[in-house]
Design a protein around this ligand. Structure first.
Ligand code: EPU
Length: 439
């Protein structure tokens, strides 16, 4: 079984580089189905969720060519299929973006219910609300499990015409906001999406589509307006051979993970290729713990370091949609709090089951109690190495940080979760002095 082996106790020091954002690229790649010209996507992270997206594109009939490290030329001209291959759909949560993109492209889409991290119930009612409000008819294909209970196994969408309208989401949802954008960029007329999520990856998807000729405004606010356009070919004149290149935004959560790792190991790390304002809430929480975080003026660098030998201070975190503290940083931050002095409270307001890592962290000596919607962490002076597993992507990232900060050796299994979302994590961390290897 593949695993990471970490010898803890080394301060991380030096320079590390952030890759393109997972949660952006998994929407941008399906969005290429909406284009009427080929495009080049750059700064694509080398992660297994990207591999799955590219496989889906290829199986739908797209031409995908790797033209350099992290660069792909994608042409969807010959796509005629509208069914997302089942095996791939089930491997990843973001496969549902193919529903919105295919619906927007050809008025039909079918996909098995998506897989991905198990963080409790992950409904898609808001996605369906968006599709149906735009004029699509959704059929839920149901099955029964071994206990005879009915569940939704796949979704099929169909429409003669998508028409611009007002979509008011009942829940602030990243996925539903992205899917509403994908389905409406080529609809007739004007669509408004209210109660949108505001994450950087939503802005990135809108920027990509606008660059290719869409008319989307308000991304990053609670209300997005989309004026439907018949074609998406950028400013490229018909018949021209110019291909536009779009670079994926840096990964806010990968950067945050490196920040937490630098802090927990009491290191001094320059994290390059970041957008500092995306990291504000993470930086603020780290500062509350006594960690120094400096944004390097006019550069895309953030420096994270710890001075002296005082223990970290305890603090409280509450996860919230952007610009609040990201749920995708909650497990990593919990590691720091587990070695801080005093009691910290964590409140998780996005996912009902994002505390699987607690059992693993306890194996390393952490003192954490679960509450109805969160956790109470009583800091201990130090963690010790142990055999643990990556229960999901961010839980796995937390185990790496814990292993790096702990005394002794840590072995992490189920690392496929981590490799879904972190590009070359072993090489990158070794570059700043971590003693970690993949076995
Ligand atoms: N929700 C509904 N109905 C829906 C959709 C969502 O009730 O139709 C609820 C969810 O149950 C949850 C809340 O709304 O309580 C927020 O869910 P959201 O739709 O925003 O999450 P998502 O789009 O499924 C994305 C990221 C997650 C990240 C969340 C929150 C991708 C591919 N995934 O998920 O990333 O935790 O937003 O920021 O973008 C990760 O990267 O580790 C990860 C899990």
């Amino acid at each position: 079984m593949d695993k990471f082996v970490i010898e803890g106790g080394t301060r991380l020091t030096g320079d590390i580089y952030v890759s393109g954002a997972k949660n952006s690229v998994v929407a941008i790649l399906p969005a290429t189905l909406l284009l009427d010209v080929p495009c080049i996507i750059d700064n694509v992270p080398d992660i297994s969720d990207v591999e799955i997206c590219l496989t889906i594109l290829r199986e739908l009939g797209a031409e995908v060519e790797k033209t350099g490290e992290g660069t792909y030329r994608i042409s969807c001209e010959n796509v005629s299929r509208y069914t997302v291959p089942e095996a791939q759909a089930r491997k990843m949560r973001a496969s549902y973006y193919f529903l919105g993109a295919l619906l927007g492209r050809c008025g039909r889409a079918k996909a098995a219910m998506p897989g991905g991290c198990n963080l409790g119930e992950r409904p898609i009612d808001q996605h369906l609300l968006a599709f149906e409000t735009l004029g699509a008819y959704a059929t839920l294909i149901k099955r029964r499990n071994m206990r005879g209970e009915e569940y939704v196994d796949a979704v099929e969408l169909e429409t003669d015409r998508l028409t611009g309208t007002n979509i008011s989401l009942n829940v602030v949802s990243v996925g539903a906001t992205m899917n509403a954008i994908l389905a409406s960029v080529k609809a007739d007329g004007i669509t408004t999406i209210e109660n949108c999520a505001r994450e950087p990856h939503i802005v990135d998807l809108a920027n990509f589509l606008n660059y290719m000729g869409a008319r989307i405004s308000g991304a990053g606010t609670h209300k997005i307006t989309i004026e439907g356009v018949p074609f998406l070919r950028g400013n490229v004149a018909e018949g021209s051979v110019e291909t536009r290149t779009y670079s994926v935004v840096p990964d806010q959560i990968e950067a945050g993970t490196f920040m937490a790792a630098a802090a927990a190991t009491r290191g001094d790390v320059m994290i390059h290729g970041v957008i500092p304002h995306h990291l504000k809430d993470i930086a603020d929480r780290l500062r509350e713990c006594g960690v120094r975080v400096e944004e390097i003026e006019n550069e895309d660098i953030v420096r994270v370091y710890v001075e002296g030998d005082k223990r970290f201070r305890a603090t409280n975190i509450r996860t919230e949609p952007y610009p609040g503290f990201p749920t995708d940083m909650q497990p990593q931050m919990a590691v720091l709090l587990s070695i801080a002095e005093g009691q910290s409270n964590i409140t998780e307001s996005v996912w009902e089951d994002r505390f699987k890592y607690v059992t693993e962290l306890r194996r390393m000596g952490a003192n954490i109690d679960l509450t109805r919607d969160g956790a109470i962490v009583w800091g201990v002076p130090r963690l010790h190495g142990a055999s643990v597993k990556a229960c999901d992507l961010r839980a796995g990232a937390a185990m790496i940080i814990a292993g790096l900060a702990a005394e002794g050796a840590t072995e992490i299994t189920d690392i496929y979760h981590i490799e879904r979302g972190y590009s070359h994590i072993v090489e990158k961390l070794r570059g700043i002095g971590a003693r970690i290897q993949r076995e």
